[in-house]
Design a binder for this molecule. Structure first.
Ligand code: G16
Length: 545
């Protein structure tokens, strides 16, 4: 029977498409200048309702540009289990955003037909935003879209990105989805894990926290209020008084490999922790006695957490399949340590939590972290049942039951929906406390190969195309061969380039035996990108040697 459905979109004329250039659903949704996003938000409101009707589940809309500068904003859709939007729908999102106003209804009708959506189904959408001032108007645009397709709305206000993912997941499981229930769940599990473990050795429960002047600072304050200082003592800096992500936050600290603004007074040995603008990434750092800066990034977190889970699995003698997932940005030394010393298999996937998350789900217990500090621990329902059973199995030795019980409560601390800076802090602190370690004891497991991350602006970042999880460049022609030649002349050299999916730039990564060599290799590769891929603005400065 032919579909005679028509759509009326009363708010459409209030959100005209003013931007001509094509934009794509990137690594984590649409992300660009906030001024260009009004129609995108409206259309994502429409799409979220369709996705909800299609999946018969709550869908999330998070308005954030995460680590990007204040003037940017963005939007990502959250799927029913709290995971990133299905890739087929990413394509639909791109289609819907790039059609002219005149074709919008027909494209929506095409989606309704092709996805066999029953339009009378309810559409339920949860929305949240970070602290960017532009978020208020953009949220209203998304709400117009939701209302135009008669969707039901629940607005969580200012929340971290992982909180919104968590609320969507919990709600679809039929559980409570409240801010207070999120904090209660995380802190209960943390207290349960740490309750029996005394503070001793090099461990201190104090962290010096860099909130990137964003939502992470607000929510860290709330989290800390659920915990006594014996569990976690938090000294909050960059709580919103300065500019979001400006010279602070996890991305700044990771890329610049130095202290964030506002934490200059941190004492040698104190634990520094930075989150990014929407609190889905963390990195740890400290100054040694000579005031030299040390970074413990997502690779270090993966090795710490996976190593500890492995120990517990061995202690309770459970044969569960544990694996780590990384991307090409993982430091070569971390991959070697995890595979050769910890003997845990490592998979390498393309950049983007969406890829890591799905790969990690293939294991009984999957630990995934990007080097930039984005990650979590995921586990199957069956694995959790096996662990729970072992924790009370009287036929096991008490030490075996205890290890299973510890593993059980450790897994409750993670946010299984997505990488979450707040739950990751509790996860890391749990392991450090259990091992009576400070950051130095954690850091010594392996030494990072010196590395450098650079960015180059080009006329069109689509000029750079890659394959093999972003490790080999297929366009422009000849660029990969040039990179290969450069890499060969550096001991332990490795370098790759790829277009960012969140910024208008091409990223360059290089590592080598010394910092000087890593810097030199990265700069030479950046110059090649600039020359061969249509660089704009100032050319990267040639290395001084
Ligand atoms: C997002 C993604 C991450 C990714 C990062 C950078 O993080 O969620 O998985 O690593 O972008 O991606 P790209 O190199 O493509 O710019 P966030 O924290 O910015 O949302």
């Amino acid at each position: 029977m032919a579909l005679t459905l028509t759509l009326s979109l009363p708010s459409k004329t209030s959100h005209p498409k003013l931007v001509g250039k094509e934009i794509q659903y990137g690594t984590a949704g649409f992300r660009t200048l906030a001024d260009d996003l009004d129609f995108v938000m409206y259309r994502m409101g429409l799409l979220a309702v369709l996705r909800s009707k299609c999946t018969k589940a709550v869908i999330g809309i998070m308005i954030t540009a995460s680590h990007n500068p204040l003037q940017d904003n963005g939007v990502k859709l959250v799927d029913p289990h709290g995971e990133m939007l299905d890739q087929k729908w990413e394509k639909l999102a791109t289609d819907i955003v790039n059609v002219g106003d005149g074709q919008l209804e027909s494209v929506l009708l095409d989606i309704i037909r092709s996805e066999s959506i029953e339009i009378s189904e309810p559409g339920k959408v949860f929305v949240g935003r970070d602290t960017r001032p532009s978020g208020v108007a953009l949220l209203n645009s998304a709400i117009d879209g939701i209302k135009d397709l008669h969707g039901e709305l629940r607005d969580f206000g200012i929340v971290t990105t992982p909180m919104l993912h968590y609320f969507v997941d919990e709600s679809n499981k039929g559980n409570e989805a409240w801010v207070s229930s999120y904090f209660a769940k995380l802190t209960k599990a943390f207290k349960h894990f740490c309750g029996e473990i005394s503070i001793s050795g090099a461990y201190s429960p104090k962290i010096v926290f860099d909130g990137a002047n964003g939502v992470g600072a607000i929510k860290m304050g709330m989290l800390a209020s659920f915990l006594d200082k014996d569990f976690l003592e938090v000294e909050i800096h960059n709580g919103g008084e300065g500019i979001l992500n400006f010279e602070c936050g996890a991305d700044f600290v990771k890329v610049q490999q130095k202290l964030p603004k506002g934490l200059e007074g941190i004492k040698p040995g104190e634990k520094g922790v930075s989150v990014d603008g929407d609190a889905d990434r963390i990195v740890y750092f400290y100054l040694d006695d000579s005031h030299v800066f040390h970074l413990l990034d997502g690779d270090k977190i993966a090795s710490l957490v996976a190593g500890y889970i492995n120990e517990l699995l061995q202690e309770c003698k459970l044969k569960l399949n544990l694996g780590v997932v990384q991307t090409a940005y993982a430091n070569g030394a971390s991959t070697k340590y995890i595979t050769e010393n910890l003997k845990i298999p490592v998979d390498c996937v393309s950049t983007g939590v969406k890829y890591l998350h799905h790969k990690a789900l293939e294991r009984d217990i999957g630990v995934y972290f990007e080097a930039n500090g984005h990650g979590t621990v995921v586990f199957s329902k069956a694995a959790l049942e096996v662990i729970e059973k072992a924790s009370v199995d009287q036929s096991l030795l008490p030490s075996e039951r205890l290890a299973a019980a510890k593993l059980n409560s450790l897994l409750q601390i993670s946010n299984p929906a997505v990488g979450d800076a707040l739950s990751d802090i509790l996860l890391v602190e749990s392991v450090l406390r259990s091992k009576h370690w400070g950051l130095k004891e954690w850091e010594v497991a392996y030494t990072d190969l010196p590395n450098r991350l650079l960015k180059v602006k080009v006329e069109d970042k689509n000029n750079v195309q890659t394959t093999d999880a972003g490790r080999r460049c297929t366009a422009p022609a000849g660029l990969q061969e040039e990179i290969d030649k450069l890499v060969k002349s550096y001991p332990s050299g490795r370098s790759f380039v790829r277009s960012s999916g969140t910024e208008d730039a091409v990223r360059i990564y290089a590592e080598s035996d010394t910092q000087r060599n890593a810097d030199e290799l990265a700069t030479k590769v950046a110059i090649k990108v600039y020359q061969m891929a249509g660089g704009v603005g100032e050319a990267p400065s040639p290395p001084s040697v």
